[in-house]
Design a protein around this ligand. Structure first.
Ligand SMILES: O=C(CO)COP(=O)(O)O
Length: 252
């Protein structure tokens, strides 16, 4: 936790969720409105097909939402892409950019991710910039170097503390049930904090740095209590309101 920073627990549904899943989003809103969710901000990032319907269910309430990616362009002939402007038009707060699944399966580079983050900011969204090392990189002792390169290369230099979130997601911890030790998380988050100070000056002290990778109700309290961990980016456990809320309860 970082003093003075409101934590963010964000759910990344990835390519999961059909219309019936909107009931989970309604349940999240109800629980937060009933004061059952604790102090953190809750955000949900459903697949693009559900965002408009999710927006209608979340309108005027305390649960925020976003997209899992955005185009670096505002509009135009980019078949299949979705722009940050379009997300903003639906009332979104966030765009996740540079998730490792996009870096891997869509070969997104740091420069691509930065262009998307800049488009998000320009549209008035907050960019959640994802970084994280692979297992081989960690075993080679390169985790800090890789994450530092990604933070330097992917964050928008014109960002401000409230328009950028960094999510540290070790690739080997995503969907595997494995998590780094608390000491390893603390080391990486401390390094990211120092870099954010270099990039954003004093404002870097209050940029939210999330941890992601196999966050579950059972490990949330330990992971979210680590210095410089200001919330979580949750995959699988964000699909069910009960699990997601149990994770957010770490901040009660
Ligand atoms: O990639 C993630 C969130 O963006 C983490 O996914 P899991 O929580 O399913 O490990």
């Amino acid at each position: 936790m970082t003093p003075g920073v409101r934590p963010l627990v964000a759910g990344n549904w990835k390519m999961n969720g059909l219309k019936a899943s909107l009931a989970e989003i309604e349940a999240m809103r109800k629980a937060v409105e009933a004061g059952e969710a604790g102090a953190a901000e809750l955000a949900v990032c459903p697949p693009f097909t559900l965002i408009a319907a999710a927006a209608a269910r979340l309108e005027g309430g305390p649960v925020t939402f976003g997209g899992q990616d955005c185009s670096p362009h505002a509009s135009g002939a980019y078949t299949g892409d979705t722009s940050a402007v379009m997300l903003k038009d639906l009332g979104a707060t966030y765009a996740i950019v540079g998730h490792s699944e996009r870096r891997t399966y869509h070969r997104e580079t740091d420069a691509d991710v930065r262009a998307k983050a800049e488009a998000a900011l320009k549209a008035g969204l907050v960019a959640i910039v994802c970084v994280g090392e692979t297992r081989a990189e960690r075993e080679a002792g390169e985790a800090i170097a890789i994450v530092s390169r990604q933070v330097r290369g992917s964050t928008p230099p014109d960002g401000a503390p409230d328009t950028v979130v960094v999510a540290y997601e070790p690739v080997w911890a995503i969907g595997t049930g494995l998590t780094p030790t608390a000491a390893d998380v603390a080391e990486v988050h401390k390094a990211i904090r120092a870099l954010l100070g270099e990039i954003y000056g004093a404002g870097g002290a209050t940029v939210r740095i999330l941890y992601g990778g196999s966050v579950k109700p059972a490990n949330a309290k330990e992971l979210l209590g680590i210095d410089n961990v200001d919330g979580a980016l949750v995959g699988g456990a964000s699909l069910k309101a009960s699990d997601f809320l149990a994770i957010a309860a770490a901040y009660r």
